[in-house]
Design a protein around this ligand. Sequence first.
Ligand code: SPQ
Length: 428
Amino acid sequence: MNKVEQVTGGLNGTIKVPGDKSISHRAVMFGAIAEGTTTIEGFLPGEDCLSTIDCFRKLGIQIDAQGDKVKVEGKGWQGLTEPIDILDVGNSGTTTRLMLGILATRPFHSVVIGDASIAKRPMSRVTDPLRQMGAEIDGRDNGNLTPLSVRGGQTKGIDYTSKVASAQVKSSILLAGLQSEGVTTVTEPHLSRDHTERMLRAFGVDVDVNGLKVSVKGGQDLTSQHVIVPGDISSAAFFLVAGAIVPNSRIVLENVGVNPTRTGIIDVLQQMGAKLELFNERVSNGEPVADLVISTSDLRGTEIAGDIIPRLIDEIPVIAVLATQAQGKTVIRDAEELKVKETNRIDTVVSELKKLGANIEATGDGMIIEGPVQLKGNTVNSHGDHRIGMAMAIAGCIAKGSVTVENSEAIAVSYPNFFDHIHTLSEK
Ligand code: SPQ
């Protein structure tokens, strides 16, 4: 549980948000299947990425983790060995789905399990295509829900059209494709984050990208790398919103990843009239990076739908908080995917923000928020979802009175020092 008081003197100062979660997971997994020692700098030591490390240790890989520095002793694809223990992914959907793609081609048996939230999340979006490729996967609800048992082996390439824009689906199938016979192609309806494509190339893999189609040839090996992980824009998003809505604020966020498949939050803030600037734009290790500066802003409502949704899917809970402070209506559509995240994020955002007095309604594929509204203190619950917990804490910075966030421990999944950053910025 954590209590957040209304911030009256503004949020001011400079912070570095922790490493990107998506990139940290991939760096460990790709390092584990690569030949040689992969070193990672800027790794996110959050619970989700630590679950990935734990699973790959159980698969026989030696991994030395010291805070944000990690060393992975890869031994090539053949270096993964049958685990004697269950592979526990904790709360992490990325670990589950990407690791299933790797396990699909390994000639041994393994069992994948996670927490109560993972047990509700749909896995058939990856287990169906992986089975079509030849992997034997079973589990509750005909292989849709954990615990899942996997017996990998000889797999064939697939030409797969995904119904959802999902980097986890795309990555899982591509990873299996790397050790399958022939070519594997994944086509998605809108572009999802492309960290897998970028990092596979850095590890020496040939990846062919043609619009929404990505292909890899089977029989490809990876070579170890030094990976530098930029700050996570999904974590920065909480302070971008806080800086825009808390009066008298100016926050500098250093070293944030600004990969165009992730920057929907920047587009929305600018569309809503926020004072946001990017400095020192550069490319680090194949990923665009910048320093961001946000100041208190007059905001107007907006419409968020279509192609932009996968570019800001994880930011919608905090965008809802932002919209409560904007003049007029904000409409979010085409975001059904929110229903299958750590919680049903349409329901949890709406129920928790209503407790603070927001004018917000759920729709079938998103939500409608009317602002501006003076939020009021109350007790809310993260429902075990890190992004809901952080969004509510940011709402607490502007609510009259104080906001108590129950189950705030969930925040450690992606942003272990989140509350320290709120305190640092409010003391300046
Ligand atoms: O890993 P997990 O639990 O799925 O985490 C979330 C998050 O909010 O941190 C989603 F709940 O991020 C996903 C993201 O929504 C991470 C991710 C990735 O690293 O590939 C891709 C997105 O999911 P998806 O299903 O759209 O591919």
